[in-house]
Design a protein around this ligand. Structure first.
Ligand SMILES: [Zn+2]
Ligand SMILES: [Zn+2]
Length: 347
């Protein structure tokens, strides 16, 4: 095997990134070496690329970044069981310690010593990556790598959407980036009745309608909560899922939920948000779930079942595919709002 590979490197503590030739990482105990077939660009990658405060607090340069990937196992590290050379895998991003209170009680995805692949450890925007066994989810042979690479963000949507049963319920999704779009598709496929998608971008509202929203609203035309009250005859929705990170959207989500309803929050506001706890939480007996990543591995089994049965097709959300050499255009496209998921095809 060759010794060098192409990789997208965050080379300096400043905005930007460069394609470089770097050594192929060595497989370590408990890990596998993966030949990367496809990767997808996440909001996190844009933070790293743009070198926002969030990235400055976490990233040590130089580093290969990128964490949504699909690849083929080419080498097995010592102590790895249950994986073979040639296996096609999707990547879990959370690297749990395996020893803390959370890891020992089935909550690995909120491990106290969590490391994130592509944030705290070298990522996958490269021809090869070393992946801990815990982060390798085996895919059926023949899976399209462009589908395999979105299991990770699709999983965030599945965790946010399915943390409680929603069959026969009304649902509102706030923010229709890729995760919001997957949430719309998952809600519909899981038996929700009305699925309202609230999104400021026309391109993404159209995608939301394609993937299964029964109603699509532009919150800039009129407050989304007023429109949702009208659609639900003054009752409000049973379930709201906040994926925009916008404080106004979070407040609209809270006020559009019916009494006894449920809210999942996965969108990250950039600063603390003020909400009406008395009217919108206590008197409603609202159940609020913070959502981070995917439950390991309950969410993964759900994702595999939803996608591999054909019940939810994530492909319409993947609107653009670029060659890795064109990653600058890919980043611009992902940032533009006139795109769903943007992929990089490495083979
Ligand atoms: Zn991501
Ligand atoms: Zn842990």
């Amino acid at each position: 095997m060759k010794s060098m590979m192409r990789a997208i490197v965050k080379s300096e503590a400043a905005p930007g990134a460069v394609m470089q030739s770097v050594p192929i990482p060595r497989v370590t105990r408990g890990s596998v070496l993966v030949e990367i077939l496809a990767t997808a660009i996440c909001g996190t990658d844009l933070h790293i690329y743009d070198w926002t405060e969030w990235a400055q607090a976490r990233i040590h340069t130089p580093m290969v970044f990128g964490h949504e990937f699909c690849g083929r196992v080419v080498q097995i590290g010592e102590g790895v069981t249950g994986l073979n050379v040639g296996d096609l895998i999707a990547g879990e991003t959370h690297i749990p310690c395996g020893e803390c209170h959370q890891c020992r009680t089935g909550l690995q995805h909120v491990c106290q010593n969590m490391k994130i692949l592509g944030v705290h450890t070298p990522g996958a925007f490269s021809e090869y990556a070393v992946v801990p066994q815990a982060c390798a989810w085996r895919l059926p042979p023949g899976t399209d790598p462009h589908v395999g690479t979105v299991y990770e963000p699709f999983g965030v949507a599945a965790h946010a959407t399915l943390i409680e049963d929603l069959a026969g319920k009304s649902v509102a999704v706030f923010g229709c980036g890729p995760i919001g779009l997957y949430a719309v598709g998952i809600a519909r496929a899981s038996g929700a009745g009305m699925v309202v998608a609230s999104e400021v971008g026309k391109y993404r509202r159209d995608l939301a309608a394609t993937i299964g929203a029964t109603h699509v609203i532009d919150p800039r035309d009129r407050a989304a909560d007023e429109r949702i009250m009208e659609l639900t005859h003054g009752c409000g929705v049973d379930v709201a899922i906040e994926l925009s990170g916008n404080p106004a959207a979070l407040r609209q989500a809270l006020s559009s939920i019916t009494r006894g309803g449920r809210l999942s929050i996965a969108g990250l506001p950039s600063r603390p948000v003020e909400i009406n706890v008395v009217d919108d939480v206590i008197y409603k007996e609202l159940r609020i779930y913070g959502i981070t990543g995917r439950v390991m591995y309950d969410t993964w089994y759900r994702v595999a079942n939803l996608i591999e049965s054909g019940v939810v097709d994530p492909r319409p959300v993947s609107t653009h595919v670029f060659r890795p050499d064109d990653f600058l255009s890919a980043m611009d496209t992902a940032r533009s709002g006139s795109a769903g998921k943007v992929l990089l095809s490495w083979r």
